[in-house]
Structures are given as structure tokens and as C-alpha cells.
Design a protein around this ligand. Structure first.
Ligand code: AMP
Ligand code: MG
Length: 425
């Protein structure tokens, strides 16, 4: 991500603006991890990004063992009628394993206990009959068990040397279980990205402060703070910066030295009071600005020294959409993870859009509800304004309408991106 490799396409029509998939391709191609590596204990590794491949140093499980409470025996000792075995030994979980079985010998065995040498099959205790004769215990095992039944083989979960997890994977609960099963107490992970959050605008006040006509509460700060919590990043609040060119420049300059990423909202257009764009141009390199999407056309992406700059639009809806589509995957990659792409699926639209502008991709706040046939349909939030937080709140995802579409018909299939696939609800 260097120099002027990325497009700078201000003052263009939608058809000439950078398209969504082009923007994603550029970002994917140009970005690499900037985070360095640290070692953390497994207890602290949830949701962190693994920095190295991790393989099994030994078989998991280590030895063949029983999957049930029952009797272990050699399947070859079965005859037509079943098995009549002399009970020779008792092996409980945690013991290192029994002696070799003599012909027609069996071992009383419990779940997780190591199979005695020679045994290959376990009968469940419920299916067997144990009795004594001349002071010797015997067990009768009915026919019908296949060889290997109820026996867990060494390495059947993971064979020695197999890669369990690869660098770049974000660790989930089940991944931690797998690492623990391999005996690792610590793992190398990428350090959390340091992210500065900056709100810009003379009109902004923080909740708790008094407002008068003309003022607006800084909801974006809380939106972005929460959205960032879906990523392995550490945020610092740099507060609200007034619409003053010198002040914006000074703030960004100072932040660029201390942070991996600066995330701003507001001031992203070319208006007289939009200072972020000019400050970025003065301090570093702007790579991408106007996108052929709605909402959120002005989205800045650039760098100041080694710091990546992401300038989101001020309108909350646009800020959230741009964060999810671009800032989130960008920050994931910088932090050593994958370029996060949301899962999407096709659902019938329960709304219509008679006329849509071609050449731009549109994202609508939407929610799923069962239709008359019980199958989910996408409902669109009725009002369009990109300042309406209510629509974000009522939505549980976005509907994505591609550039070439000029309308959406009721019942026609649309692409739905659930918020859950962006790590949120
Ligand atoms: P701007 O991008 O600065 O032109 O802002 C566009 C719109 O978003 C204006 O109506 C702003 O008041 C609003 N806005 C900007 N920043 C925020 C914020 N942090 N929280 C809520 N609304 C904002
Ligand atoms: Mg502003």
C-alpha cells in the first residue's frame, strides 16, 4: 500500500467512480499485516489472530482408548454365537494401559481408558452379561459388533504432524480447545492494532453535555467504538476535533506517529468545512475517495507515514456501512487476519424499488421476516435518510443491490448480508 498506486477519482459520475468490487480488489491486493507478534497464554487468546501455523506435536488422542464403559476384547476371538471371555484385567481412565490380552481374554474398561495391547473392540456394558464360575469372572458378549466398535484410535482426531490451525486464523472457542488438546499453553498472535478514533465537526457534542439548536450528539464515536470491538484492535478516543484545518492537521499528524490506524468520521467531502480530506492530502497520501455506492460515497483511504488512514463519512448510516464493507476488512488484514468478506444469501424481497440509478451499488438497511410460506423475506427500512439511526437499529442486515440493477421487484431475489456475518448483531 504505497505511493499513488490507488485511484484518486474525485468529481466523477457514478459510472466513472470506483466500483465496490474494484475498491475491494485494490484493498485486497495492496494490504499486508503491519502488526508485530507477541506470545499470549491460551486463556487470553480468544479472538486473537494466530501468527504462525500450529501443528500437532503428537497424536491426538495419544493412544487407542475406549469410547464407552464396557469390555475390551480381540474381535478375532468372536465365534458364531458371540464371545465368551475370561475377564483378566480392569483399566480405568488415567491408567497407562493394561497387559496384553491372552486369547479369549477381555478387560473391564471405562470411557477414555487406554485399550490393552491386542484388544481392538469394546462392547458396551449394557449389552453384556458378567458372571462368575469357580472364582473366575467371565463376560458374555453378544454377536453383531463390528471390529473396532467403540474404540477410539490414536491420532483419529488429529494425527501427529498435521496442521491444526494456520497463521491468520482468528481464534474461536473450539480453536482454543484444539490448541489445548495439543498441549500448547501459549500461542504466538499478532499484537492488537492501535486505532485512533476521531470525530470531526463543530456541531458535535458528547452525550452528557448540554446541546442547543445546531448541535448534534456524537453518536458515531459510540457506533465505531462498538464496531471496532468485533476486531482484535485497541482503540483510543481522540475526542471531537473542530472544523478547523490547522487543528485537524495537527491532530492527524500527532496521531500518525502513535497509531497503526486513524479512523475518522465526518468532513470527508469537498465542502468548505470539510477539513479531513485537505489535511490528509497535506500530510500523506490519499488513495481512494469517491465510490460508486450508496450510502457512503465519500470514503477516504490513505496513509500518513506508516499509519493507515480511514476516513468515514459523517452520516451514521454511511459511516456504519463503510466501516463494515471497507474499514473492517482493512483493519483485519493489517492486524494479520483475513480480508473479511460477509456471508450473503439470496432471499425474496418483500419490497420494491421501481427505479434505481444504474452504475452504483446500493445497500439498504433490512430485516428478515417469515413470508406467507414461512420462508424468510427481506424487508427494507422504509425511509432512506442516511442520518436515520432508527433504520440501523431496526435492521438485522443489509440488502445489496448490484450496479446493473435498475429496479427491484417484489418477490424477486435480493442479496442479504446479515449483521451477524460482520461479527455483530
Ligand atoms: P460531514 O461528513 O461532516 O459533512 O457530516 C455529514 C452529516 O453527518 C452531518 O449532518 C453531521 O452532523 C453528521 N455527523 C457527522 N459526524 C457525526 C457524528 N460523529 N455523530 C453523529 N452525526 C455526525
Ligand atoms: Mg462535518
Amino acid at each position: 500500500m504505497t505511493g499513488k498506486q490507488l485511484l484518486d477519482d474525485c468529481f466523477l459520475h457514478d459510472k466513472d467512480r470506483l466500483r465496490h468490487h474494484e475498491a475491494l480488489t485494490i484493498l485486497k491486493d495492496r494490504l499486508t499485516a503491519v502488526a508485530t507478534v507477541e506470545t499470549v497464554r491460551l486463556e487470553a487468546a480468544l479472538e486473537r489472530v494466530l501468527a504462525d501455523d500450529l501443528s500437532a506435536p503428537r497424536n491426538i488422542p495419544l493412544a487407542d482408548n475406549s469410547a464407552v464403559d464396557g469390555y475390551a476384547f480381540r474381535h478375532g476371538d468372536f465365534d458364531e454365537a458371540g464371545g465368551f471371555f475370561r475377564l483378566e484385567q480392569r483399566i480405568a481412565a488415567g491408567q497407562s494401559g493394561g497387559a496384553g490380552l491372552a486369547p479369549w481374554g477381555a478387560a473391564r474398561i471405562f470411557t477414555g481408558a487406554v485399550m490393552p495391547p491386542g484388544a481392538d473392540t469394546v462392547a458396551m456394558q449394557e449389552d453384556c452379561e458378567q458372571h462368575q464360575q469357580d472364582g473366575q469372572d467371565f463376560v458374555i458378549v453378544p454377536q453383531g459388533l463390528r471390529k473396532g466398535a467403540n474404540c477410539r484410535l490414536a491420532g483419529e482426531d488429529v494425527a501427529e504432524g498435521t496442521t491444526i490451525l494456520s497463521a491468520g486464523q482468528r481464534l474461536r472457542a473450539q480453536d482454543l480447545a484444539a490448541i489445548a488438546s495439543a498441549g500448547r499453553a501459549e500461542v504466538p498472535v499478532f499484537r492488537k492494532l492501535k486505532v485512533a478514533l476521531v470525530s470531526t465537526g463543530d456541531e458535535l457534542r458528547r452525550p452528557g453535555d448540554l446541546i442547543t439548536v445546531g448541535d448534534v450528539y456524537d453518536s458515531n464515536h459510540f457506533l465505531l467504538r462498538a464496531l471496532c470491538a468485533t476486531l482484535p484492535v485497541e482503540i483510543e478516543d481522540l475526542g471531537i476535533v473542530r472544523d478547523d484545518g490547522a487543528l485537524v492537521t495537527a491532530t492527524l499528524k500527532e496521531a500518525a506517529d502513535r497509531f497503526d490506524v486513524i479512523l475518522t468520521t465526518g468532513g470527508a467531502s469537498r465542502g468548505e468545512e470539510d477539513h479531513v480530506l485537505r489535511a490528509l492530502d497535506g500530510l500523506g497520501t490519499r488513495h481512494m475517495w469517491q465510490l460508486a455506492i450508496k450510502p457512503g460515497r465519500p470514503m477516504m483511504f490513505g496513509s500518513i507515514g506508516n499509519c493507515v488512514f480511514l476516513g468515514l463519512p459523517g452520516n451514521p448510516v454511511a459511516a456504519m456501512v463503510c466501516f463494515l464493507l471497507y474499514a473492517r476488512p482493512v483493519m483485519s488484514v493489517l492486524g494479520g487476519g483475513p480480508f473479511l468478506a460477509p456471508q450473503s444469501f439470496q432471499v425474496p424481497a418483500a419490497f420494491e424499488i421501481p427505479r434505481k440509478k444504474p452504475d452504483r451499488r446500493e445497500f439498504y438497511r433490512a430485516f428478515l421476516k417469515p413470508g406467507p410460506d414461512g420462508k424468510p423475506e427481506a424487508h427494507k427500512f422504509m425511509r432512506d435518510g442516511s442520518g436515520l439511526i432508527t433504520g440501523l437499529r431496526e435492521a438485522d442486515g443489509l440488502v445489496e443491490i448490484p450496479e446493473e440493477a435498475t429496479s427491484v421487484t417484489q418477490g424477486g431475489l435480493v442479496t442479504f448480508l446479515p449483521f451477524s456475518s460482520f461479527g455483530m448483531r
